[in-house]
Design a protein around this ligand. Sequence first.
Ligand SMILES: *Cc1c(COP(=O)(O)O)cnc(C)c1O
Length: 457
Amino acid sequence: MAEEKKIPYKIYLTEDEMPRDWYNVRADMVKKPAPLLNPATHQPMTAEELAGVFCEELVQQELDNEHPLIPIPEEIRNFYKMYRPSPLVRAYCLEEKLQTPAKIYYKFEGNNTSGSHKLNSAIAQAYYAKKQGLKGVTTETGAGQWGTALSMACAYFGLDCKVYMVKVSYEQKPFRREVMRTYGASVTPSPSMTTEVGKKILAEHPGTTGSLGCAISEAVEDAVSHEGYRYVLGSVLNQVLLHQSIIGLETKIALDKYGIKPDMIIGCAGGGSNLGGLISPFMGEKLRGEADYDIVAVEPASCPSLTRGRYAYDFCDTGMVCPLAKMYTLGSGFIPSANHAGGLRYHGMSPVLSELYDQGLMRAISVEQTSVFEAATEFARCEGILPAPESSHAIRAAIDEAIRCKETGEEKTIVFGLTGTGYFDMVAYEKFNNGEMTDYIPTDADLQPGFDSLPKI
Ligand SMILES: *Cc1c(COP(=O)(O)O)cnc(C)c1O
C-alpha cells in the first residue's frame, strides 16, 4: 500500500521515452486476419490493386503480417511531440466517488485540437501521401473527429484535404465543420450530388441523413477519379491500428515505470482503431503466452457489430466500391436508429479485432446511450474532463466494473482508453440534460435486412 501512494495523478513520459516504433500485433497472431478481397474477383487484393486507392507505403503496412516493429519516421515523431506522450491518469477522484477498491487508470488522447486519438494516424497517413508526392487526400468523417484530425495533418504537410461529412453531423455540428475549414479542408455533406455514388444513393433514399458507409463511397470515388489523390480512412484498416499502437505502447511504458499490471483493459469500439491501438502490446504478450489480460470492447447497443453481428466478408462502404473485408458486421446497409447520438456508428469492425474476438482473445459488451451519458456526466463532475460520447462507452464499462469490485472487494486494476473530448457534442449532451434522450435496441428483425445484404462468398 505504501508503494501505492507514490503513483501520481498523471504519469507523464518524456519525449525521449516516446516509442520509436509502432507495434504490429498481426506479427504475433498465429491465425492472421483474413485478407481484403477484390470485390469483383473475390481474390486477395494485391499491393498493385491497393495502390490505386491508398499510398504505397501505407499499402505495405496494410499487407504486412510479419514485422512486429515498424519504425516511426522522424517527421511523424516530431509532430507527435506537439501533443504526445499523452498522460496516463490515475482516476483517484472517480475511485473516491465510487468508493471502490479498484484502481482505475485512463489513457487520455483528447489533448490536441482535433480532440481525439485520430491525429495519431492522420499525421502518419498525410506524411506518406506527401512523401509520395501526392496533391491531396479525400476522406469521410462521421462525428467529425477524423476529418478534423486529417485537416490538421494536411495543413502541416501542405496537402489538399477533401472531406465528405455525414449529412446529419454536417448539420448538427457546424463548429466541427468550421474547424476543418479553418485548417484548409473542403467539407461536403454526404450523400452529395458531386459523385455518381452520391447521386445514386440520393435517388434511392431521398431525404437520407447519410451514413459513414455512404461517405466512404463518395470519398473513394473522388480519389480514384482525380489524378494525384488518394483515399485515407480513419479506422478499421490494419495500417490505422498500427499507427494507433502508440497509445498502447505509451500506456505500457507508463505502467511498467510503476510496476503496475492491469487486470482489465477497456476501450470503446467503433471501427476498432483506438481499442486495437490501446490493447496491441498487451495482446502481443497474451498471444506470446507471457501474460494474460481481460480485454473488453464496448459498443453501443444501437450499433452492436461485435455482440450481434456476423463474422463474414462484407463491403466496407454502402456503395460497394471498396475491397471486401472479413469482419464482424451488421451489413453495409445498416444505419443506426435516428435517436443514436454519439459516434461508433460504423456497421463493421477492424478485421484484426474481429479475428482476435473470434479466437476468444477478447470479449465485447454493449451499453445503452442514456447509461453512457450518465457515466459521462459522473466522470466529468469528478475527473474534470468533458468526455466524448464515444469515449464514455468505455467509462460506463469501467464504472460498472469498479462498482462490481466494491461488492466483491476485489482490488482490480482497470485501464481504459479515454479517446477524446466532447466539446462538439453539446447537442447530444443537451438532449440528455433535458431528459429527452432515448434508447433503441434494434430487434432481430431490424438487423435481418443488413445480414441479407451480405455478399455471398
Ligand atoms: C472515432 C472515435 C472513436 C471510435 O473510433 P475507433 O476507430 O473505434 O477508435 C472513439 N472515440 C473518439 C473520441 C473518436 O473520435
